[in-house]
Design a binder for this molecule. Structure first.
Ligand code: GLU
Length: 495
């Protein structure tokens, strides 16, 4: 057990919460709960140009739906607020200035044109990825090259500038990643990172480091795409004289067809990408959480079904994999089925009534609906499929499934008619599954045909479909009058 664990989920409100983001939030949350620490939500909204209204609300409601509880955040501040970077005032300025004073950062006055020219010049001389670095900075317009009084004059005259980190020329930056082990980067591959932009706002790098420090974050757990930012952050921690938090970079989420699961890929492969889509499509939150927990982690045995409480108990970073985790949609549906079946028929009846648009189902008797659900529950993966599959209990089939109709053969009318006369004679109290089944056996024996010869046409007549729950129990629940009416109708329409 680690002491004083404080972790954060730090999304930028630039769109709806992506399932990759939800997994990051989940792993942070599980880690926090495992160590009885705190899970913090920090909104990183310093990039005004990418700000999307309602994105923060979407993040909050997605976390809530998923059962991820925020201990400190914009909606429930703790002692380390504000929890939106845009509300943290000129805090970042202060640290940028401190870095300049210490000689670890500098003002750069170059215009876009001048930067372009520099890149062009370097490209021409055979440098494919020109950088603003220890070498190039010497020929650019910044507070390291210009005389001090000129710098002061420019600042006084409100000239446009950015503040850049003075990345050392030749240094190996090393850190231990709790998932990846020893990681090192060469500083010569790094740009002199912009820390403050010309609009006075901090970049992600500065704000992220300052806030992780001030919010006393113990572990940074985030996606692998941020790994290459980490050396810049380590340099910043060093420059500010701060101890960096422990780092853990989570494996990428991969598409089933290979490569990173991008928005476009997900779309083309029918994978919902935003948490909001899963909410709208009636997925079970416990299923999505269980599935995401296993997308890059496993408890180390064969167990697969785990509640959030279980996951909190079991989760450790040393069982997170380094390699990419493939998003398997079938597996998610398998989890969904499991969590659906876990719920009582009454519970599901309530939910079905909430989501259906169909008046017959909305007004159905709770008891009957629960019975129907009990009969179809084992055959569906999603809650709305209960409605689709159970619909025939509430209305006569308006049409017959085309594929199923292939099983309506020349001998079907005779077999169905014979069956009908047999069940017609049954008193109401004998209209029950075992008797209905024995009547079917009598008919097929008399005609010397297989079970399916009568079973399929009968199913088509009664349900309109080629598959579904046990036919005899279904007929019992539908009642004699309805079953006879449907058989008559089918005989009339199908001949
Ligand atoms: N704001 C970054 C994001 O949108 C945070 C990355 C990090 O966790 O450091 O994911």
């Amino acid at each position: 057990m680690e002491e004083n664990v404080r972790v954060r989920f730090a999304p930028s409100p630039t769109g709806f919460l992506h399932i990759g983001g939800l997994r990051t939030a989940l792993y942070n949350y599980l880690f926090a709960r495992h160590h009885r620490g705190k899970f913090i939500l920090r909104i990183e909204d310093t990039d005004q140009s990418r700000y999307v209204e309602n994105a923060e609300q979407d993040i909050l409601s997605s976390l809530e739906w998923s059962g991820i509880e925020v201990d400190e955040g914009p909606a429930n501040p703790g002692d380390f607020g504000p929890y939106r970077q845009s509300e943290r005032g000129d805090l970042y300025n202060k640290y940028a200035e401190e870095l300049i004073e210490k000689g670890m950062a500098y003002y750069a006055f170059d215009t876009t044109d001048e930067l372009d020219q520099m890149r062009e010049r370097l490209q021409k001389s055979g440098n494919p990825s020109p950088k603003y670095d220890a070498v190039t900075r010497q020929s650019m317009k910044n507070s390291l090259t210009l005389p001090q009084d000129e710098v002061r004059k420019m600042l006084d005259e409100d000239a446009e500038y950015v503040v850049r980190l003075k990345v050392p020329r030749r240094e190996t930056i090393r850190f231990e990643d709790l998932i990846r082990g020893h990681v090192s980067f060469e500083s010569k591959g790094l740009d002199d990172q912009v820390l403050l932009k010309s609009d006075g706002m901090p970049t992600y790098h500065l704000a992220n480091v300052v806030d992780d420090h001030l919010m006393e974050i113990s572990h940074v757990i985030r996606g692998e795409e941020w790994l290459s930012s980490t050396p810049k952050h380590i340099l910043l921690y060093q420059a500010l004289g701060w101890e960096p938090p422990k780092m853990a970079h989570l494996p990428l989420i991969m598409s089933p067809s290979g490569g990173k699961l991008s928005k476009r890929k997900a779309e083309s492969e029918g994978i919902p990408i935003n948490t909001k889509n899963y909410i709208e499509q009636n997925y079970e939150p416990e299923a999505l959480i269980n599935f995401l927990a296993f997308l890059g982690w496993s408890p180390g045995d064969d167990s697969e079904i785990h509640s959030m409480a279980d996951l909190c108990r079991l989760f450790t970073l040393d069982r997170v994999s380094k390699g990419g985790a493939v998003f398997n949609h079938k597996k998610l549906l398998w989890y969904n089925e499991n969590y659906l079946r876990d719920q009582s028929n009454q519970q599901l009846a309530k939910r079905v009534k909430e989501i259906t648009q169909n008046d017959l189902i909305k007004e159905a008797e709770d008891d009957k609906l629960a019975k129907v659900i009990g009969m179809v529950k084992e055959r569906v993966s999603k809650v709305e499929e209960l409605i689709i599959m159970g619909m025939f209990f509430f209305e006569d089939p308006a049409e017959y499934d085309e594929k199923a109709l292939k099983k309506w053969g020349d001998d079907s009318p005779q077999l169905v008619t014979d069956y009908k006369s047999k069940i017609h004679e049954l008193p109401d109290e004998e209209f029950e599954a075992t008797i209905l089944k024995s009547k079917l056996e009598e008919v097929i024996n008399a005609h010397d045909v297989g079970f399916g010869k009568l079973m399929m046409p009968l199913r088509i007549a009664v349900t309109g479909q080629g598959f579904g729950p046990d036919l005899f129990s279904s007929m019992e629940l539908l009642g004699k009058e309805t079953v006879l009416r449907r058989i008559d109708k089918a005989l009339q329409e199908l001949g």
